[in-house]
Design a binder for this molecule. Structure first.
Ligand code: TMP
Length: 228
């Protein structure tokens, strides 16, 4: 039998960075830009996302974003996001960190805290218990929170959609939902300033990537490149 979700306190050799924020904030583009910059320093990079990031977790993602779990309520959705996370952490993130990789993950625990916790009204104790089971002690070293007015983010997300493609489970929520969501991410950043940095996602992708790089370089130790 495969051992799952273990090594709560095992020191990891790599670095774990997460990107968070509302819809259309530019997380995926930023993740790729950071991966390219880290790669250019000769570092091993693992670019991944949640929900998903492993074959089984991607299947759970499809069900969640198609709205198949929505009728069961926010707690059932939180359970499914957590089930996906357990597989992703065990099969992808922890092995990559053990190899010394820089893992960049598009969404992680803060999305559950915000979408299912703050917006789904799941109590903090219940959510914390779920989180403990799902991440088994693994916390991001740095979380970049992309802050953007939801009107802009939703318009960006809509412009990305292919003709005839349906809005996904959360994009279809009200503007008020997305405003509260933005505030909930800012509240997390204020509560955990040692881990979180808020970035202005209304900037161009290049400016955003530069802001993110400055945050990363000031918080984590990057290898020095020898002058040519
Ligand atoms: P995205 O990858 O395009 O951002 O879509 C993922 C959606 O899933 C997004 O609307 C946020 C939502 N989500 C949660 O509600 N809870 C979670 O724990 C995670 C990781 C994502």
């Amino acid at each position: 039998m495969t051992k799952q979700n273990t090594s709560a306190s095992a020191p990891e050799a790599g670095h774990f960075i997460t990107l968070e924020g509302g819809e259309g904030a530019g997380k995926s583009t930023l993740a790729k830009a950071l991966a390219a910059r880290l790669g250019a320093l000769g570092l091993t990079v693992e670019l991944t996302r949640e929900p998903g990031g492993s074959p089984k977790a991607e299947r759970i993602r499809n069900a969640l974003l198609a709205g198949q779990i929505k009728p069961y309520g926010a707690f059932a959705e939180a359970l499914m996001f957590s089930a996906a996370r357990i597989d992703h952490v065990d099969r992808r993130i922890k092995p990559a960190l053990a190899r010394g990789a820089w893992v960049i993950c598009d969404r992680f625990i803060d999305s559950t805290r915000v979408y299912q916790g703050a917006l789904g009204a799941i109590g903090p104790e219940k959510l914390a218990a779920l989180e403990t089971v799902a991440i088994a002690g693994l916390k991001p070293e740095l979380t970049l929170i992309l802050d953007l007015a939801p009107e802009i983010g939703l318009a960006r997300a809509a412009s990305r959609r292919l003709p005839g493609e349906a809005v996904d489970r959360f994009e279809g929520e009200t503007l008020d939902f997305h405003r509260r969501l933005r505030q909930a991410f800012l509240d997390i950043a204020a509560a955990e300033p040692g881990r979180c940095v808020v970035l202005d996602a209304s900037r161009s992708p290049e400016q955003l990537a530069e802001q993110a790089w400055q945050a990363l370089a000031s918080r984590l130790r990057l290898p020095q490149i020898a002058p040519a």
